[in-house]
Design a binder for this molecule. Sequence first.
Ligand SMILES: Nc1ncnc2c1ncn2[C@@H]1O[C@H](COP(=O)(O)OP(=O)(O)OP(=O)(O)O)[C@@H](O)[C@H]1O
Ligand SMILES: [Mg+2]
Length: 252
Amino acid sequence: MSTVLLEVENLSKDFGATRAIDELSISLPRGEVTSIIGPNGAGKTTLFNLLTGEIAPTSGEIRFDGDRIDDRSPSELARLGISRSYQINNFFPDLTVLENILIATQSEDAGFGPADFLGSRAASPAARERAADVIDTVGLTDVTDQEASLLSHGQQRHLEVALALALNPELLLLDEPTAGMSPDTTAAMKDLLGRLSTEYTIVVVEHDMEMVMEISDRVIVINRGSLVASGSPTEVKDNEAVQRIYLGGTTA
Ligand SMILES: Nc1ncnc2c1ncn2[C@@H]1O[C@H](COP(=O)(O)OP(=O)(O)OP(=O)(O)O)[C@@H](O)[C@H]1O
Ligand SMILES: [Mg+2]
């Protein structure tokens, strides 16, 4: 088993005349927490969209566990063990916490896809058990039967992470899990990521630098789709090119 879980090589993505990812090469060791940081529009979400097969690269390669995956569909990649949470909540607001999670855990039951959600009564005992575990892990057991739209913002962000966890991934991609959160709920998310880091390889896009410094084994900095720096949190913080970007806006 290789120590590298995910490799991105010379990856580019164009949207018309906009080059959102530009000849990016990175590799992620198995079992580590890697933070991806960079200014607004740097290409962080686009990178996640490429890694999960939601969009196809213009050029370059992505390898997971040594195999090329850049031509695979999102559902194939989910089965391989890559799942992600979204910067903007992606759950069904009118369903309860449990129903939302069952959609994901049920998709592991033979033949089910998310579109086939048949209501929580159709879920297998195994899917129910996995759902209860995941809900417990993210601390939402008390609100299991509450409609997602009625949760607090912090609880909704935890539900968003839970949806990714429910697919039983090896690689967990989290796009700004603390977006819009208060300091208190940010601390709860930091605590959750700390617990998850013992079980999953995690890549997190995060703007809260204090959190980045605390939770990351490695930090990757991108700007305008290109790699600016990568290394330990301290190395990256002391990097001059990184400081220029953060002090001088996106034109560095
Ligand atoms: N579907 C799309 N069509 C056209 N342009 C896009 C599309 N998705 C992203 N872009 C452009 O690609 C660039 C990178 O966007 P992306 O959303 O990946 O940045 P980001 O680093 O996630 O930013 P933020 O911190 O604001 O979330 C931006 O210039 C954006 O406008
Ligand atoms: Mg983004």
